[in-house]
Write a protein that binds this ligand. Structure first.
Ligand SMILES: NC(=O)c1ccc[n+]([C@@H]2O[C@H](COP(=O)([O-])OP(=O)(O)OC[C@H]3O[C@@H](n4cnc5c(N)ncnc54)[C@H](OP(=O)(O)O)[C@@H]3O)[C@@H](O)[C@H]2O)c1
Length: 333
């Protein structure tokens, strides 16, 4: 049977948590590359929290996915046909080709990698956008110094697991926050964090016990109750790396915020960032440093691999509730 292109489209904008009916799965013909295009077959699709923002038409730093269009997403795959010099069938490439099996793309949107350096799916996680986010945010904003206390929320997730391991390499005391005993055990036993707090328990008491000298760097991935517990425990001249607030992405009205007067009194630096602003031109430097740590056994990673592109919507719905354990990727075939 001839191959078809499987695509997942945005059917309607969610109101609160996304549901299966917000997506539409279609099968279409495999597209043919025009002059100046490359045909890519995706092997892995990355599922990431920012996709919830793209489903909404609320004002944001990036345009929403149009209704009826293919959902946006980073993929890793191989070139199957090319009209472009420098790209040949079999080349391994990364790019934002969306929730679909085949796509025709211009070379400016393709990033060729050496497929032998690491498993392909790692280039969507530890060596991909989430890993790059961790590396850029720590380099530019967190700037952890040896001996400081670094707290990381969503610590077992794609970004958090890399943040904490780099902070350990920098000589910090690292405390993770995650949901449930299994994830906390992974964070301390496998990732090597000094402690991990279960955000379903008494956050205040656990933070006081794990951070007796306060917090110098807080990596914000979740917002909500976790942020409110961490904020008053920040030390003078602390840095809060405002990466994301997944606990609030499905809210239909804004949650109450922390009292930001402490930022004045303590001369805190609180800075939001978007990895795409400055990250991708530094990708070769990031990849080289990460591969060095991986080869030296100083950096590990965990993935949560879902089989089949048709299962992407339900996996993404689960991600926003903490159902994933590690970087969530879809194995397309
Ligand atoms: N600024 C940027 O450029 C940038 C780039 C990439 C990602 N981000 C942000 O970074 C954050 C982490 O992304 P990721 O890719 O690493 O995701 P992820 O950790 O792989 O998956 C999300 C995790 O968030 C936690 N979570 C979900 N709902 C929660 C809630 N209500 N309260 C507390 N924790 C909750 C869950 O872990 P637990 O079960 O442990 O709670 C879940 O597994 C997100 O906010 C994302 O938007 C920002």
């Amino acid at each position: 049977m001839a191959e078809t292109n499987l695509q997942i489209l945005l059917r309607r904008r969610p109101n609160g948590p996304p549901v299966a009916e917000d997506f539409e799965i279609v099968e279409t013909a495999v597209p043919q590359p025009k002059a100046g295009e490359v045909l890519v077959k995706a092997h892995y699709l990355s599922l990431d929290p920012y996709m919830r923002g793209r489903m909404s038409d609320a004002k944001s730093y990036s345009a929403p996915v149009a209704l009826g269009a293919v959902m946006e997403g980073q993929t890793a795959g191989e070139v199957v046909a090319s009209t472009v010099e420098g790209f040949a069938p079999g080349d391994i490439v990364l790019g934002g080709f969306g929730w679909q099996r085949f796509s025709c793309v211009a070379p400016g949107r393709l990033f060729k990698i050496d497929g032998g350096e690491a498993p392909l799916s790692a280039s969507l996680g530890v060596l991909g956008m989430p890993g790059l986010t961790a590396w850029v945010g720590l380099e530019d904003i967190g700037q952890p110094k040896a001996g400081e206390t670094v707290v990381v929320s969503a610590a077992s997730g794609a970004v958090g697991q890399v943040v904490g391991q780099i902070a350990k390499i920098r000589g910090c005391k690292v405390v993770g926050i995650a949901g449930g005993a299994k994830k906390c055990e992974f964070v301390t036993e496998t990732l090597g964090f000094d402690a991990c707090i279960d955000h379903r328990g008494d956050l205040q008491a656990q933070l006081d016990a794990a951070c007796p000298n306060g917090i110098d760097v807080y990596w914000e991935n979740v917002g909500g109750a976790v942020q409110r517990a961490v904020f008053p425990r920040m030390n003078d001249h602390g840095r809060m790396v405002m990466c994301g607030m997944i606990a609030e992405y499905n809210d239909t009205s804004p949650a109450p915020g922390p009292n930001l007067m402490a930022a004045v009194r303590k001369r805190l630096r609180i800075q939001g960032f978007i990895v795409s602003d400055t990250g991708w031109p530094r990708y070769p430097q990031f990849r080289q440093e990460m591969l060095g740590w991986m080869a030296a056994g100083r950096l590990t990673w965990r993935e949560d691999v879902v089989e089949g592109l048709r299962n992407a919507p339900s996996a993404f719905i689960g991600l926003l509730k903490g159902a994933n354990f590690g970087k969530l990727v879809v194995k397309i075939d």
